[in-house]
Design a protein around this ligand. Sequence first.
Ligand code: GDP
Ligand code: MN
Length: 380
Amino acid sequence: MKLHEYQAKGIFADAGLPVPDSRLASTVEETVEAADAVGYPVAVKAQVQVGGRGKAGGIELVDNAEEARAAAESILGMDLKGLHVDRVLVEEAVDFVNELYVGVTMDRTEGEPVAMVSTQGGVNIEEVAAETPEAIAREHVDPALGLQPYEARRVVFDAGVDREVATDVSRVLTTLYDLWAEKDATEIEVNPVMVTGDGEVVCADAVMNIDDDALFRHPDLAEMEEEAAGDELEAKANEYGFDYVRLSGNVGIIGNGAGLVMATLDLVDYFGGQPANFLDIGGGAKAERVTNALDMVFSDENVDSVVFNIFGGITRGDEVAKGINEALEAFDEIPKPVVVRLAGTNAAEGMEILNTDLVTVEKTLEDAVERAVSYAEDNE
Ligand code: GDP
Ligand code: MN
C-alpha cells in the first residue's frame, strides 16, 4: 500500500520530522484559500501516486493568488501518467541550496534493512542510481538494534553531506528508520530533503509504502488505504479481499493461487496476447467470490475476453463449476467471452456441469489461454 504524499507527511509531522506547512485542496477556490493561508510563495503539488510529478507538470511554484488559481486550474483534473488528479497539496515553498536523497528500504540480497543518503537528490535520482551508484551511500541496519546514531552519522558523512547540516540530516535518517520499522513500511523515501541557505533541513517530498500483510496491526494506516487506492478497480479488489494488479493488456485473468495466475499471465504473453490484470481469488470458489471476480474483470473497459483458470485442490472442481454457472446466470448478458479451464480434484465432474451456453470450456491450460487470446483479438 502506497501512501499519498500528504498522508506520509502527516505521519512525518507526528514523528517530529521537519515538513513544510501545507494544506490539501480539491477545488480551485480551495487551492487559492490554502495558498493565501500558507503564505506565498507556495508549491502546488498533484497528489497522485507516481514519481516524477515535477517533470510531468504536476508541480508548480507560485507567488500570488492569481498564479495559484492558474496552477490549480491546470493541475486539478489533469491526467498525470494515467492517473486523474483530484487533489493538490498546497505547500510553503522552500528556498533550497541543496537537494539530498534519503531513504530506508529492505535490501533483499543482504536480508537486512538499508539506510541510504545521497547529495545528488532531486528529480534525477533514478539516473544517479543507474549511472553512478557510488553516489548513494549505504548503511545496513541490524533490525534488532535499529539504526544507531553513529551509523546514521557515518552514512551521512560517507555521502558527503555538509558538516553544518550533518547532525540534522542524521536525525532525519534515524527518525525515518524508526518510522520504517514501527509502521511496517517496505520503503520510505524522501527525495528531496532540502537544505536551505540558513542550514535548515526540510523533508520536501515523501514516499511511504506499507507492507499490506502488516496492515492488520495498523488500523490507522488501513483506514488511509481506501483513500490511497487511486485505482477504482484496486479499491474494489481491496473490498472483495482479492489480490489484484491492473496491467495494460486486454485479456482478463482470474485464477485461484498466485502461482497459477502468474503462469496464466505468462501463457497469455506466450500466445501473443496481453494480460489485462492479475487477479487471485484465493482458496474456495463460492458463487459470490466468482461473481465478484467477474464483476471486476467485466467492469474493466480494457478487457476483451476472460480466461478463468482454476486448479481444484481442497476446493473441488464441481463446486467451482457450480459457482461459475451461478455467477454467470446472474448476468442478463455475458459482456465478454469467458473461457474456463478446470483441473485437479473433480475436474471432469466440473467440466460436465459447466453451462457451455455461457462459457467456453477447454481441457488444457494452453488451449484455454490460446482461445481467450484469439477471442480478445476478435473483440478488439
Ligand atoms: P516528484 O517530482 O514527484 O518527486 O515531486 P517532488 O516533491 O520531489 O518535487 C520535484 C521537484 O520540484 C523538487 O526536486 C524541486 O526541485 C521542486 N520543488 C518541489 N517543492 C518545491 C519547493 O517548495 N520549492 C522549490 N524551490 N522547489 C520545489
Ligand atoms: Mn520527489
